[in-house]
Design a protein around this ligand. Structure first.
Ligand SMILES: Cc1ncc(COP(=O)(O)O)c(C=O)c1O
Length: 313
């Protein structure tokens, strides 16, 4: 998807023109992947727009930075305000928001001590990530997810997405929309940019974070919604073959939102249609995000931009 530019990007507390938000080729991040970032959505509401789970995303950015010993010179409140200011300055909603903290120009050795930390926040229009109305066709990747004690899977670091790229490219080359990676022990981990859920006999399952999965904000939202709907929810290790015989399988993620999966490795999941529980959860998720249902969990941060369109399930 080509990037649709907006006018301003937030850089270390100031709004600068989009085209001025550039870095030097010798910046540490270019050579060693030293960045942590977020992906957030702002949804259209009946009045104005709202960012979905903004503090939780920015807290994850701070957590990712902490894991990599990257001192961010901004508080959670300042970072959240930066997101709101950027969206309001650009007047673009609904949109996707990309905050990133990176190690800049000043040190070419691996140790990043002399490289300044810089923070940017951009926003731009972005529609569906996985264009799959009746459900996505996915595969199990031949690439395992990051093994524990190699790269920390709980940090949303730029470098982790070299692994994601391998998973996603392999899937696309083989005619699938997305790949699901197993962890180093062969247990279900996550998609290249999504968490995975299954439903079997009315119970909702998702792998625990110890299976090298990112602590997805949408994952948490779905767990919260499912409990609210009275479903039994279990975070437990899942063998690959349980995916094939599940009643329902779906992805969650800020980009993919709640996305039904209709086949895995060309094995059809149940009748190949989005299942009842997936639909119920998706309905509640999109209802809250789009301001059509009460914000019962306090997930929305309003921004003063009239939405040009409302993205729905
Ligand atoms: C590898 C990976 N797993 C899971 C997710 C889902 O996380 P979230 O729901 O916070 O977007 C993402 C997306 O950020 C991701 O990149």
């Amino acid at each position: 998807m080509p990037i649709q530019t907006t006018e301003k990007i937030w850089h270390n507390g100031n709004l600068i023109p989009w085209e001025k938000a550039t870095i030097h080729v010798m910046s540490h991040v270019i050579h060693y992947g030293s960045s942590v970032f977020e992906g957030i959505r702002c949804y259209g509401q009946p009045q104005g727009s709202a960012v979905f789970r903004l503090p939780e995303h920015m807290q994850r950015l701070l957590d990712s930075a902490k894991i990599y010993r990257m001192d961010l010179p901004f508080t959670l409140e300042e970072l959240c305000a930066g997101v709101v200011d950027t969206i309001e300055a650009n007047g673009v909603a609904p949109c996707y928001i990309r905050p990133i903290a990176l190690r800049g120009y000043g040190e070419i050795g691996v140790s990043p001590k002399g490289a300044p930390v810089e923070v940017y926040i951009a926003n731009f229009p972005w529609g569906k990530y996985l264009a799959a109305h009746g459900g996505a066709d996915v595969c199990i990747s031949s690439w395992n997810r990051l093994a524990p004690n190699t790269m920390p899977a709980l940090a949303k670091a730029g470098a982790n997405y070299m692994s994601s790229q391998l998973i996603r490219m392999e899937a696309e080359i083989n005619g699938y929309q997305e790949g699901i990676a197993l962890d180093v022990n062969g247990l279900v981990s996550e998609g290249s940019g999504e968490n995975v859920f299954i439903v079997r006999n009315g119970v909702l399952f998702t792998p625990p974070l110890a299976n090298s999965a990112l602590s997805g904000i949408t994952r948490d939202s779905v767990l919260t919604i499912a409990r609210h709907l009275g479903l039994t929810v279990t975070e437990q290790a899942l063998p690959r073959e349980l995916l094939y015989i599940a009643d329902e399988v779906f992805f969650t993620g800020t980009a993919a939102e709640v996305q039904a999966i209709r086949s895995i490795d060309r094995i059809q999941i149940a009748d190949g249609k989005p299942g009842e529980i997936t639909k119920k959860i998706a309905d509640e998720f999109y209802g809250i995000a789009n301001g059509l249902k009460p914000d019962r969990f306090g997930w929305l941060t309003p921004v003063k931009v009239d939405a040009s369109e409302t993205v729905t399930a």
